[in-house]
Design a protein around this ligand. Structure first.
Ligand SMILES: *[C@@H]1O[C@H](CO)[C@@H](O)[C@H](O)[C@H]1NC(C)=O
Ligand SMILES: *[C@@H]1O[C@H](CO)[C@@H](O)[C@H](O)[C@H]1NC(C)=O
Ligand SMILES: *[C@@H]1O[C@H](CO)[C@@H](O)[C@H](O)[C@H]1NC(C)=O
Ligand SMILES: *[C@@H]1O[C@H](CO)[C@@H](O)[C@H](O)[C@H]1NC(C)=O
Ligand SMILES: *[C@@H]1O[C@H](CO)[C@@H](O)[C@H](O)[C@H]1NC(C)=O
Ligand SMILES: *[C@@H]1O[C@H](CO)[C@@H](O)[C@H](O)[C@H]1NC(C)=O
Length: 223
């Protein structure tokens, strides 16, 4: 039995994990380069933003962007959930992310946290409709697949071709529209290839495509 699970998710590559372990592995990035002071207006706005993000996960809303406060203390924030999870799983992930990010990056003006199922980002700069490729993070399944296909090269070419087609579909979507695209291909009667890609919907299709093609380069051969 050979299953390939592969997805490119906001420049994140991931393999399917089991339901139970998904929200545990938060990977925060808090550069600590610009910080705010305790009990400042920025902190109050950041906290308001985080709670409004987690309270705005509703049925079918897997992406949300909003701001809190006024200049010069305005905070921009957004979250994206993976397109194949339930509303309640998205809710759990975003709520967890909001709590975790304020604990791990307590005084950061800008921060992001990634999970298998969602990511959440906030900043003192406008991050809407802007491609962010750093920091980059990639999740790869710890277990490598057993390749039973004899013509490995041809198989890799096939996977790349399907990835290319999937990226092209996401790329063709305009700004404001979901970039979530999935493909399932039967390789043989007992082997299936699953691919999913996503970008935040606020991005232009072309920007999303560029990001995904960069992410594609992280996929190791033979997996
Ligand atoms: C930033 O500061 C927080 C709190 O002091 C700390 O937990 C975190 O590791 C720091 N991150 C970096 C990248 O230094
Ligand atoms: C921040 O505000 C909290 C609650 O009002 C207060 O307990 C704490 O002492 C304040 N911290 C600083 C450093 O001002
Ligand atoms: C959703 O976010 C908006 C700000 O964009 C906020 O005004 C509103 O209270 C939030 N919704 C809920 C249910 O908290
Ligand atoms: C969310 O992002 C879009 C696209 O950049 C922007 O037009 C919109 O104003 C943002 N929404 C809020 C509430 O800031
Ligand atoms: C996938 O697209 C890249 C360019 O983005 C190209 O170099 C590569 O040959 C394509 N691979 C396949 C198998 O179509
Ligand atoms: C793949 O195989 C399954 C089970 O054999 C079948 O139900 C499904 O329709 C096939 N899908 C495609 C796209 O051929």
């Amino acid at each position: 039995m050979y299953k390939v699970g592969l997805s490119v998710f906001w420049c994140i590559l991931q393999s399917p994990a089991t339901e139970a372990q998904q929200h545990r592995f938060g990977i925060p990035s808090c550069p600590n380069t610009t910080t705010f002071t305790i009990n400042s207006t920025y902190q109050a706005n950041r906290d308001t933003l985080l709670s409004s993000l987690s309270s705005n996960v509703t049925r079918g809303v897997f992406f949300y962007n909003t701001t809190a406060g006024k200049s010069p203390d305005v905070v921009y924030g957004l979250f994206l959930c993976r397109g194949d999870i339930s509303t309640s799983a998205c809710q759990v992930c975003v709520t967890y992310a909001a709590t975790y990010i304020s604990r791990r990056c307590p005084l950061d003006k800008t921060a992001v946290v990634w999970y298998e199922e969602c990511f959440l980002r906030y900043s003192n700069r406008n991050i809407f409709s802007v491609v962010t490729e750093t920091p980059t993070i990639y999740f790869l399944s710890g277990r490598s697949s057993v390749v039973t296909i004899s013509e490995e090269d041809r198989f890799e070419q096939f996977v790349l071709k399907v990835i290319n087609e999937t990226i092209a579909m996401a790329e063709s979507r305009p700004a404001g529209v979901s970039k979530y695209v999935t493909r399932v291909e039967n390789i043989s009667s007992f082997q299936t290839l699953y691919i999913r890609v996503d970008c935040t919907p606020d991005l232009l299709g072309a920007d999303c495509g560029r990001c995904l093609r960069r992410a594609r380069a992280y996929i190791p051969a033979g997996r």
